[in-house]
Ligand binder design. Sequence first.
Ligand SMILES: C[S@@+](CC[C@H](N)C(=O)[O-])C[C@H]1O[C@@H](n2cnc3c(N)ncnc32)[C@H](O)[C@@H]1O
Length: 243
Amino acid sequence: MTADLSADAYAVLGTDYDAWCHSVTEDIDFYVRLAIESGGPVLEIGVGSGRIAVPTALAGIAVVGVDRSGPMLDLARAKARAQGVSLELVRADMRELPELGTFPLVTVPFRALLHLRDDAERLGVLRSLRARLKAGGLLAFDVFHPDRRDIEDTDGRWLEREPGIMERADWRPADHSLTLRVRAGGREAGMRLWWLGPDRWGRLLAEAGFDRVQRYGGFNGEPLAADAADSVWLARVSGSARR
Ligand SMILES: C[S@@+](CC[C@H](N)C(=O)[O-])C[C@H]1O[C@@H](n2cnc3c(N)ncnc32)[C@H](O)[C@@H]1O
């Protein structure tokens, strides 16, 4: 069983996506709280199965969710319907977003920006997200940046991430990329991801025109330690709204 890296890994995972992320819960309250503070609507890029969008809609905030994976959007739609809420879902690539209007809050949760392969793509996306913010609006996202020990501990090893769900990372530190493979339900999904250190994210945000940028080491405002493996970002554009 070997994953086809050119396939949509999220489509291969299908309903197993939520099982794969079962333990990832610490970000939900964070993004829902930002959505409530913003008053909405929220533009969520890489909305996936609606893991965050559905609780946001349940909190009474309208969500426009963008994803390039049709099967993930189908999951989000079904989950929203089952909960008695609706999401506006748009199938699009974040690198070529259609006209969507402007928003007080744009989010890119759960490391979705790691799907971008180089600074040209990252800058293009950050500029286009900035253009979709209202004056004073906020971009919020989280990313990871493994240190040497994370890499040594996990490289090339199948690890059980959730019961019955195996995950393997093959790291390529030379070009800051990894191939992530997930085995679930008799299928194997694989994807390539690219990471950056916090300083580079900070520089890209400044270059994209964000003027007030805060970085944290977690979803509860923890300071970002030098060896942190994850960072959480709040980046504002100028305007009258204040946080
Ligand atoms: C790790 S999942 C995050 C999903 C959801 N936000 C969550 O927190 O569970 C990343 C999502 O980004 C989507 N994605 C990846 N590259 C994309 C791109 N270029 N444009 C739009 N969506 C993309 C994937 O299809 C997937 O649904």
